[in-house]
Design a protein around this ligand. Sequence first.
Ligand code: IFM
Length: 414
Amino acid sequence: MKFQFPKGFYWGAATSAHQVEGGNHNDWSEWEKENAERLAKEAEKKFSHLKNWQEIKEQAQNPQNYISGRACDHYNRFEEDFDIAKSLSHNVHRFSIEWSRIEPEEGKFNEIEIEHYRNVIKALRGRDIEPFVTLWHWTIPIWMRDKGGVINKYFPNYFSRYAERMAQELPDVKFWITLNEPTAVISMAYGIGEWPPQRRNPLAALKVYKTLARSHNDAFKKIHTVSPKANVGFVNILSFIEPYKKNSILDKLTARITKYFSNEKFLNLTKWNHDFLAVDYYFHNRLQFPGKMKNENKKVSDMGWELYPEGIYYVLKDLKKCEKPIYITENGLADAGDIHREWFIKETLKNVYKAIQEGVDVRGYFYWSLLDNFEWDKGFWPRFGLVEIDYKTMERKIRPSAYEYAKIIKNNGF
Ligand code: IFM
């Protein structure tokens, strides 16, 4: 075996509530209804450059594609899905709790929904799969949206009250993730302004850094008060950012500033409050002043994202100085034909292995995602799953790469 991982390494996959459960009612589900027609009309302009445009065209131009609806019906089929994860030898699974189910009205917690997530955890434990539980994977209850959502200065109070309640209700959870990829929301909702509430405003974006950082910090403390031994962190989406020309001062400055806002600022604002670092790795940004992407794009996913597995090595090396255990809580690609997935997972793992050999304390890897799912404003056509979903019949079909990943897991390496 060439790439033998440390004993006890966690191997699995991740999902998020809104993307797989179905039947959610939150700020996103409302936004989808209002924007589906527009997104379908814009599809050609946005995606016709993709090599697979002919294959996705019909779906991408259909407004229904942009409605999460029943998604994968995972809410009702989680047992079946965890059977699949078990059959693929996963020993860990990351999922999220849907806040809008738990607290559909301000201050009123729904016991039935709490019980649902208790059962989800039980189902994982019953299969010897360790749960990593995310409390906020972007969607918010309607009442919170009506108060302004994440920009409301009291958002941290509401969020940490919910987090505390969850810690009380689910005391055996060992790994809590407060927030998923806060900087993705900051940039997509408040920077670029494409996601709800589509507020393109740099000052608002700066404010949201603060409200979300406080949300994490407050939740971190509250969860620890309830469960002193729990491990609590937030998920940071970290890109490998480099200047296009190594000797250009302006390119270097562009890369430096981008790196600060996307990789470092949030971590600095939450500095003392992590038991572990959680990293989602997808992007390589080779930047030319004043912000042009100059990636080589030798291989790209179905969404046109560059496949650059070697970047994870640099991201991990950068985190070594934090001296905390690291979990790769997401890494994956949209690849409907399952052409690159096995290669991508293996290349990524080689680079993770290299970082571990150089002293970085990486303890787990979660492929994104266990299932094909609802990819936010792109809808259902991007296929990230180890398991393919037929959205008409809800049939699950394991992709060949998932079996290759299972072999790696069984051998704790390859
Ligand atoms: O689907 C998303 C997920 O919700 C957060 N991380 C990135 C994934 C792929 O875009």
